[in-house]
Ligand binder design. Structure first.
Ligand code: NDP
Length: 311
């Protein structure tokens, strides 16, 4: 039997995903009919989805068994009122690998003080040794697919790592905290803070003036999570007083970051254009194919979103 699957993502995604997704499904023993404009909307069994495809009304596809997201973050999807089916988000090994590389690179930049050497090419010989990783405390907020992998990679480099999540966690080598009290302790240890929380009503502006004040003086903020996790005005004020020495920001409240935004010109801010990581078709198709296989054999889907929590 052929399973009708709607591909509701961008034209570029269609080019990158269509053939590999059909092949990945075939490898798992499921023959799919992947369509961009289905002849019979009511027959569609799965919707492969990303918001940049432009579809916001799921009413014609109310017969579908599940919506399978191509993105890890679902803040633009969970609130769509016509999306009533189970929603799975993307947990892709390639996405995780990319995030580990980006976070590790930016942490090491600040830990080693690389900017001093990169910008100081004027003949001044001034040896300044960075501390060892064992003496630099890092906090990762969010211990999900991405945060846990980054925390473990940083621990493997010998950094003491504190992690924080909503529910209790047990990750070897990581001091895992949770809840409001846990957050205060986690922030107080954050010489380098990495944000890998989803954007939900509970995390919106979590990093505000009081949170920044709890961090050690001169701490670094690295945000590959979502822009609104941070109160921008409070961050700029903390940068100007030296409470925060640098912010490396990959995500923003408005993207692309508007030209007039003070982050662009601030000497202690590094802006990267939402490139920390991306879903990689070569690994992501296996995740989607596995969920279609599970759906067809009546097994529970992987990576289901909890709509009450918003992630
Ligand atoms: P997960 O859902 O796997 O993990 C989210 C983590 O955040 C969990 O540990 C969760 O806690 C924790 N969390 C959620 N809400 C709260 C809260 N209120 N208080 C404390 N902890 C909380 O997500 P991923 O790791 O896959 O992705 C994280 C985010 O990274 C995405 O939502 C997305 O915004 C961003 N992202 C950015 C990319 C980029 O290129 N910049 C690329 C991909 C993703 P618990 O474990 O208890 O549930």
């Amino acid at each position: 039997m052929t399973v009708p699957v709607l591909f509701a993502a961008s034209a570029r995604d269609w080019q990158n995903y269509a053939a590999p997704l059909q092949a990945a499904c075939a490898d798992l023993g499921v023959k799919i009919d992947l369509q961009r404009q289905p002849d019979d909307a009511a027959a569609v069994q799965y919707v492969v989805y990303s918001p940049d495809g432009g579809m916001t009304d799921f009413t014609p596809y109310s017969g579908a068994k599940a919506v399978l997201g191509l993105w890890a973050g679902v803040e633009k999807i969970v609130g769509i009122p016509t999306l009533t089916q189970p929603l799975a988000r993307m947990v892709d090994p390639g996405l995780t690998e990319g995030m580990v590389e980006w976070v590790t690179g930016h942490v090491l930049r600040h830990h080693l003080g690389m900017d001093r050497q990169i910008t100081n090419q004027d003949g001044v010989w001034q040896p300044l040794f960075p501390p060892l990783a064992r003496n630099r405390s890092i906090t990762v907020l969010g211990l999900g697919a991405l945060g846990a992998a980054c925390a473990q990679a940083l621990r493997a480099l010998n950094f003491p790592v504190t992690g924080w999540s909503r529910t209790p966690k047990d990750i070897p080598g990581i001091d895992c905290l949770h809840g409001t009290e846990g957050l205060d302790t986690a922030l107080s240890r954050a010489e380098i803070l990495v944000l890998l929380l989803p954007l939900t009503p509970a995390t919106d502006q979590l990093i505000n003036a009081p949170a920044l004040a709890r961090m050690p003086k001169g701490a670094v903020v690295i945000n590959p999570g979502r822009g609104p996790l941070i109160d921008d005005t409070a961050l700029l004020a903390a940068l100007d007083t030296g409470q925060i020495s640098h912010a490396t920001l990959d995500v923003f409240r408005v993207e692309p970051l508007p030209q007039e935004h003070p982050f662009w010109a601030h000497p202690q801010v590094t802006v990267t254009p939402h490139i920390a990581s991306a879903t990689r078709p070569e690994t992501a198709v296996t995740v989607i194919a596995e969920n279609i296989r599970r759906g067809e054999s009546g097994e529970p889907l992987l990576h289901l979103v909890d709509r009450t929590q918003g992630y």
